[in-house]
Design a protein around this ligand. Structure first.
Ligand code: AMP
Length: 543
């Protein structure tokens, strides 16, 4: 027998409608390239999002078409999230830090029809224009006074486009499984892979995110998302913050700047903020050097990479700020676990609590996890056994965009293999111990170790090369190049690092080179990265 409840689709536009009605006066503050402190209300934001939706329809876009954004965290980007998805289009958020070839690949693979771009990315798009011919036009996210001179064809000024959109636009209703947003991950080998979110997954994820033991958001909170809107929908905050009615503060292009973040937090009374450890380390450094205290902040959500114990301790002991670590992935919208104290563990000493807070966290309702051995056997939750971490749930991807099951990341019994290796303890706290995917995460951005290995193998002095990610005090992780010299070759580390210049992005070049006699291999001849990382566990990068 079926229940007798209303069948209302879970649509992103319903968050806008709710937020506009119940929190219409709530503030959104942004730093933008054309305004150091833009300030307006939810009512204005969602009214403009409706105007945008109408204006996009006027451009002749059809349901399901992809509209890309190449923008920092500010109010116009938030409007795009609602205007695009709310109209039944797909908001494809692009990471401007990707290599040009990756940008070209994802824009063409996504078949973006229009690109909404911040003024500062116009030169970047100009340099790609010949290779992204499918894009029909570009919406520049500014007003007429700040429009740049550009060779890009079919340019529209955002504010002018908006002004032509109708304020009477009514959000359309459609199937809640309609695709809403697209985000490519380069956290795997090969070409970036597209993760296609839908309205239902985004809403369920937002319900989970606002819960007390997750982000714990309420209308009394003022939230500063430092995590970019182009990275896993800023961890879903464009949906969770208006759902809860939070005041929102966006740092614009000033994301990694400790002073800007401090000043925004202080003057806007920010209570919670979200970002990768590199951002928090920059903020702590600024506070330490300037003698400033984070008096109003309550929670710093840290994810994307392991949060160092010393960082969690400094936030707690110096600033009285709780670091709430989380773990997840682009493929998971991203939430999998968050780390909050659990009933029954209050007796732990301060040091023991710190040990616990270094773990990635415990499960969020809605995302199941398990660890399995090499032969696919489920492992015990004893905090000792480690294995491949697999997840499943309504906001975990079931496939990659256009890959039709060839992504190789799903098990036969319907779990997603994260590429992380983890332990889970008896209380359900998961800790990441290693990674099977051959990528390195530096300051929240992925670097392909395979690309670095292939590049240096072209040097005649190299017989074999392996690149591993090792802990780094500022970037969390940086690449180390391990090399076996070719017979009789006289080659220096400096020479090999210089060999990379012009071949890979500068920030991807390894920090150091170590020469060895032998690199460990598996029975099938693959480099044993886990063993190599263990071998270099005590290695420290030169200052
Ligand atoms: P992305 O899809 O770019 O968000 O990257 C997801 C990956 O980042 C995960 O699979 C992990 O390898 C890593 N990651 C995310 N959060 C954490 C964390 N708290 N500790 C360690 N690694 C993390």
């Amino acid at each position: 027998m079926l229940g007798l409840m209303m069948d209302m689709p879970l649509l992103i536009s319903s968050i806008a409608t709710h937020a506009e009605k119940f929190h219409g006066g709530q503030e959104i503050v942004s730093v933008t390239a054309d305004n150091p402190r833009h300030r307006y209300t939810y009512q204005e934001c969602f009214g403009r999002a409706r105007q945008l939706a109408g204006a996009l329809e006027n451009l002749g876009l059809d349901p399901g078409d992809r509209v890309a954004t190449l923008c920092w965290n500010d109010y116009r980007h938030l409007e795009a999230y609602y205007g695009v998805s709310g109209a039944g289009l797909v908001c494809h958020t692009i990471n401007p830090r990707l290599f040009p070839e990756q940008l070209v690949f994802i824009i063409n693979h996504a078949e973006d029809r229009w690109i909404m771009t911040d003024v500062m990315f116009v030169p970047l798009l100009e340099s790609l224009a010949d290779k992204i011919r499918g894009v029909e036009g570009f919406i520049i996210m500014t007003d007429e006074a700040h429009m740049p001179k550009t060779s890009l064809r079919n340019i529209v000024c955002y504010e002018t486009l908006l002004a032509a959109g109708s304020g009477d636009y009514a959000w359309p209703t459609f199937d809640e499984r309609t695709a809403s947003a697209l985000c490519y991950t380069s956290g795997t080998t090969g070409n970036p892979k597209g993760v296609l979110y839908d309205h239902r997954s985004s809403l369920l994820h937002a319900y989970a995110a606002v819960a007390p033991d997750v982000f714990g958001l309420s209308s009394r909170d003022c939230v500063l998302p430092v995590v970019p809107l182009f990275h896993v929908s800023s961890w879903g905050t464009p949906y969770s913050m208006p759902m809860a009615g939070c005041k929102i503060v966006y740092p614009g292009p000033k994301m990694g700047d400790g002073q800007t973040l401090y000043e925004l937090m202080d003057t806007e009374n920010v209570t919670a903020s979200l970002g990768v450890p590199t951002v928090w380390l920059a903020l702590l450094k600024y506070c330490r050097e300037s003698g400033k205290r984070l008096d109003k902040m309550q929670r710093a959500v840290s994810g994307g990479a392991a949060a160092p114990r010393s960082m969690i301790k400094e936030f707690r002991d110096v600033h009285g700020v709780e670091v709430r670590q989380g773990w997840g992935m682009t493929e998971m919208s991203p939430l999998g676990v968050t780390n909050t104290m659990k009933a029954g563990l209050e007796h732990l000493s301060d040091d023991e609590k710190l040990d616990l807070s270094v773990k990635a966290g415990r499960g969020i309702f809605g995302c199941e996890m398990r660890i399995v051995s090499d032969v696919g056997q489920e492992l015990p939750w004893d905090g000792q056994a480690y294995g491949a971490l697999q997840v499943r749930g309504p906001w975990v991807c079931s496939d990659y965009f256009k890959l039709n099951g060839s992504g190789g990341a799903h098990t036969d019994d319907g779990w997603f293999d994260t590429g992380d290796v983890a332990t889970i303890d008896a209380e359900g706290f998961m800790a990441i111990t290693d990674r099977t995917k051959d990528v390195i995460k530096s300051g929240g951005e992925w670097i392909s170790s395979i690309e670095l290995e292939n590049t240096v193998m072209a040097h005649p002095g190299v017989a074999e090369a392996a690149v591993i990610g090792l802990p780094h005090p500022k970037w969390t992780e940086r690449p180390l190049l391990v090399v076996v010299k070719a017979d009789g070759a006289e080659v220096s580390g400096k020479e090999l690092l210089e060999f990379y210049v012009g071949k890979v992005a500068t920030w991807c070049i390894p920090n150091d080179v170590v020469f060895v006699d032998e690199i460990p291999h598996t029975a099938t001849g693959k480099i044993k990265k886990i063993e190599l990382r263990r071998q270099f566990a005590d290695y420290q990068f030169p200052a």
